[in-house]
Design a protein around this ligand. Sequence first.
Ligand SMILES: [Zn+2]
Length: 135
Amino acid sequence: MQTTKTPPRILGLYDVPMWTFLEQDRQLRLQCCTDCGTWRYPPGPACPDCLSPDSDWKPVSGQGEVVSWVMFHKEYLPEYPAPYNVVAVRLDEGPILISNLIEDPAENVIGKRVKLVPVEMDDGVVLPRFELESA
Ligand SMILES: [Zn+2]
C-alpha cells in the first residue's frame, strides 16, 4: 500500500492525547483506568468496568494478533487508492485497533502475530500501522 497523505482527521475530545503521544514520542499510549487497570479504547470519560473517571495514558507493547482483515478494491478516499488492506488487531493488552498492514498480505493473516510500527506520512501525521512478525 503506497500512501503519502492522510485524510483530514476529526478528533473527539478524548482522542487528542493518543495522537499527540504517537506524533511526539512515536509510541502508542492508551487510556488505562488508575483504579482497576482496565484499558479504555476508544478513549472516554469513564471506565467501562468500574465507572471511575480517573485514568493514565500508558504505553502499550505494540504486540498483537490479527483478528480480522480485508482488502478493499473500491476507493472511498483519494488518499487511500485501491486496493488497500484493513486489519483488526487485538493488542496483547486487550483493545482492538483498526489499522493497516504496511505490506498487503499475500495469504490469510488471521491469527498471525503483528507488531506496531509508527509510520510518519508526508503530511506529518503519524499512523499506528502494523507489520507481520517474522517467524
Ligand atoms: Zn476501572
